[in-house]
Design a binder for this molecule. Structure first.
Ligand code: ZN
Length: 601
């Protein structure tokens, strides 16, 4: 059956290496069970508990929960049991939806939905999911490691580390809340501990707690203060380690493991998510976050061992609409701030930037001037534009006209990105005030700069991208899936090898296999066999807003062509031009028919 096809999915090793939660894990459940879960969880019902959906024709439409938008581009199709967002490309079946919105992996999402529909879970099979077994073991190892490091900190071995943390102003309560610990200065202390608990060398190395070098296994963290990283449910999933002296690297973090991805976790979000404040503070490192927590700001988070990225932003967006960035005040901090502002704004979050003087980071500010100073800084935090303007302002003010002009030029470069009239007026006035140049001149310069900017980017870029995306192979797949009666005819001529795009090929193969197993393949069934990334692209193919007009004509001619030339034809974007011409022609034909219809009636 289709099981054979699933076996051809990414091999286990790859799955583990990149935390891929693809079709490989799908083996965990029986096909029938998965079908029941999908049947009893109608996609409209499930999505409705997260998104306000309105009916529109035979589909439902709403504001996408995965990106920020004002006009809805998120569609749910009850007939196909699919969703797709034409804004950000998210899409798939009800299981993909739950994976995405609840931040779960495939197995967890299926369990979630089974529970929701009151379907009893099948007995867990040991040999089936190696990946699930490994994840469970790594979670267990992290739990043991967390406890052990904590115990070490509070024992004789950890005396130095404890006084280091106290020296940095942390109270015993804070140390306990964060479960801080100490990794002893030994080569294989943690390795021995995990071994005693019955874990295999292979699993221990995969947990990231130890590493293999020249055939020997060593502890990853040695003589460091340990900061456990928790997931949203409070499970330890990784660790950060900081040296106490001048050693390098200063910080060391667990690498990517099957249960931890640094792009998808924020330090202390498990605590910050419970805040009653309507904003979150984005800090640079864990020491800042912990210092803020202790000073009464329990809504601070930080990215770990990586720059703040789009995934982090989406994660934050689940809990707040407002973010205050509180990075270090040095050059690196300023650059990181600018990047984070861009990312957060793109997600539709309100962003403000904390600016303060007399300290290099929040930790120091609070130590020197107390929590009140930080609260004041929050109250007077700057908008993104104000912040940008403040970073280009010369320290001692303008010493001559040249500096004034230089500043004005740079300011116009910042203002030209504001297209909201009201907002532009506010900032143009500010710049006019600062530079003593008239408001009218500033505004005229900005408008001029905006004109140039528009010329740089073609207006219909989105439209062109859409056209580029529609390849012939996509259209063919859509046609086959929507009209299975065409399939026998098509299959005679077109083999999976004809598809150049791997994903298109895969969809076609799934379709063939399901048909061979005499199951009536529908869209949800096919997309259900793809991982989340693949489902995104695939749902777009099938949920295309505009149906392809009279594609049948094109297909007939294509089949004819294959027959005539008696050779194989690969489908690719090269055929796009033909396709577009044909679409144009069929559009005209349709218009003419419509006109005739009107005349007739
Ligand atoms: Zn979207």
């Amino acid at each position: 059956m289709c099981r054979i096809l699933l076996m051809k999915e990414p091999n286990g090793r790859n799955c583990l290496a990149n935390g891929e939660k693809g079709a490989w894990c799908r083996l965990y459940f029986e096909e029938e069970f998965l079908n029941e879960v999908k049947e009893k969880n109608d996609i409209v019902d499930v999505v409705s508990s997260y998104v306000n959906l309105k009916r529109s024709g035979n589909r439902y439409i709403g504001l996408c929960p995965f990106h920020s938008e004002k006009t809805p581009s998120f569609f749910v199709n009850p007939g196909m049991q699919l969703y797709h967002c034409f804004g950000c490309g998210a899409g798939g079946t009800v299981i993909h939806f739950i994976e995405h919105i609840e931040n779960l992996d495939f197995v967890e999402a299926v369990k979630f939905l089974a529970q929701r529909a009151g379907i009893p879970l099948p007995e867990e099979k040991d040999e089936v999911s190696e990946f699930t077994r490994l994840k469970r073991n790594i979670r267990e190892m992290n739990k043991i490691a967390g406890r052990t490091y904590f115990r070490c900190l509070n024992s004789e071995t950890g005396r130095g580390a404890l006084s280091y943390l106290r020296g940095r102003g942390l109270s015993d309560d804070t140390i306990k809340t964060y479960g801080l610990g100490y990794a002893p200065n030994e080569w294989n202390f943690m390795y021995r501990t995990l071994k005693q608990n019955g874990f295999s060398d292979e699993d221990i190395v995969k947990s990231g707690l130890c590493l293999m070098k020249n055939g020997r296994i060593f502890d990853f963290f040695r003589d460091r203060v340990i900061f456990p990283v928790m997931d949203l449910r409070g499970n330890v999933i990784a660790f950060g380690g900081r040296v106490m002296g001048d050693g390098l690297p200063k910080y060391l973090n667990t690498g990517e493991t099957p249960i931890f991805s640094k792009r998808q976790n924020l330090f202390s979000l498990n605590l910050a998510k419970n805040t009653s404040e309507d904003y979150m503070i984005l800090a640079e490192g864990y020491m800042d976050v912990i210092a803020l927590y202790q000073a009464g700001f329990q809504n601070a988070v930080a990215s770990l061992g990586t720059a703040f990225c789009e995934d982090h932003s989406r994660l934050l967006k689940r809990f707040t609409n407002r973010v205050i960035i509180s990075f270090d005040s040095d050059g690196a901090g300023q650059n990181a701030t600018r990047k984070a502002v861009d990312i957060l704004k793109k997600d539709g979050l309100q962003v403000r930037i904390l600016k303060y003087s007399g300290a290099k980071d929040p930790d120091e500010l609070i130590k020197k001037f107390g929590p009140e100073a930080y609260r004041t800084a929050i109250a007077s935090s700057l908008s993104g534009v104000d912040y940008e303007l403040s970073t280009i302002y010369p320290k001692g003010g303008f010493s001559d006209d040249e500096e004034r002009i230089e500043y004005t030029k740079k300011a116009i470069g910042i203002l030209k990105n504001i297209y909201n009239k009201l907002e532009l007026e506010v900032y143009a006035k500010k710049v006019a005030e600062i530079t003593k140049i008239s408001y009218d001149s500033i505004l005229a310069q900005v408008k001029q700069a905006q004109k140039h900017k528009k010329l740089e980017t073609p207006v219909d870029i989105a439209e062109m991208a859409m056209l580029r995306k529609k390849s012939v192979s996509q259209s063919l797949l859509k046609l086959v899936v929507e009209n299975p009666s065409y399939f026998p005819k098509i299959r005679e001529k077109i083999k999976a090898e004809h598809f150049r795009e791997e994903l298109h090929k895969k969809i076609y193969e799934i379709f063939c296999e399901l048909t061979d197993a005499s199951q009536k393949p529908d869209v949800a069934m096919i997309i259900g066999k793809l991982n989340r990334e693949e489902a995104k692209t695939a749902s777009e193919i099938f949920m295309e807003k505009e149906p392809f007009l009279d594609f049948h004509i094109y297909l007939d001619s294509l089949l004819q062509k294959i027959e005539n030339e008696a050779e194989t034809v690969s489908f690719s974007d090269d055929d796009r031009d033909d396709m577009l011409k044909l679409l144009e022609y069929t559009k005209k034909l349709k218009q003419r028919n419509d006109k005739n219809d009107k005349k007739d009636s």
